[in-house]
Design a protein around this ligand. Sequence first.
Ligand code: UT7
Length: 328
Amino acid sequence: MRAAITGWGSALPERVLTNHELEELVDTNDAWIIERTGIRERRIATGDETTASLGIAAGAEAIKHAGLTPDEIDLLVVATTTPEQPMPHTGAFIADGLGLRCGSFDLGASCSGYTYAFVTAAALLTAGPLRNVLVIGSDTLSRFVDPTDRGTCIIFGDGAAATVLSAGDDDGPGLVAWDFGCDGSATAMLGIPAGGSRLPSSIETITAGEHFVKMQGQEVFRRAVRAVVDSGMLTLGRAGVASSDVDWFVPHQANVRIIDAAGQRLGIPRERTIVNIERLGNTSAASIPLALVEAADDGRFADGDLILLCGFGAGMAWASALVRWGRS
Ligand code: UT7
């Protein structure tokens, strides 16, 4: 049995934060940000917009698009790095907002989270009695970014996207092959040091800004390209397909230079790569599904197309998945 994508939806905060506005906040400029990252603007959660509220909006759209009702969703998996609160899990808030009564859990693998969640959901669908699983990637990293750190505040944006995976035929569309990886020796390269059991929040951690994202940008960049290429190749090898057979490459949107370098090494040209970083920045676990949903809404995917998802990020964790597009 294969798990096909039968519905999708997305939700973005109203507020657009442009590079020019960032020029007023930190020592940076529009030209540098565009040249070094490819980002012109990003969305920022304000007021009541949270990881769960965006996830609820995206999830509702995906359920409706799949032609289902909330009671037909058998499981909810939420990929997020920026949970609604430490406890309970964000899936509980989203399930409540959507009127779901099925099981739910959060999956934390940072910017690779959606790809991990997608593969996990597909495996559960093929293993058990489930028919429809809602997989959501939602993040509000702007709430965890130091507004005075130009190495991070220029990159991250907020958003959510959701897909419904439904059980289908063995030889139908859905997950074809995948790869997961993680090099835990690199945990210090990208993360939020305080607020967990290792370093609980205190006046000292807040004074030191340890509740904010810290990133060694250059080193993360170098490893990201390698991880995407190696994992992507492994997944293609497992599926027995060449990169020339891949119709669409949907990479994590962290930096357009990473996307281009990885695409070049994988042998997938820009015309077959989904890129929306210019308008949304790096939305962490939401980035791959947001790109996927945007391209699906545009009608860029045709039934039978092979789509390669590649995520990487803090951990450093990475994941890739080859998906055949179409309903069963
Ligand atoms: O999603 C999770 C995974 N995250 C990533 O994949 C992020 C990967 N890293 C990156 O995207 C890039 O490393 C950054 C965009 C964060 C930084 O770009 P970079 O090209 O690696 O810049 P750099 O740190 O090598 O800095 C180059 C120069 C430095 O000036 P000097 O020393 O050459 O005079 C920096 O001080 O650019 C300067 N700089 C800036 N200038 C204007 C660094 N940040 C900025 C800035 N605006 N925001």
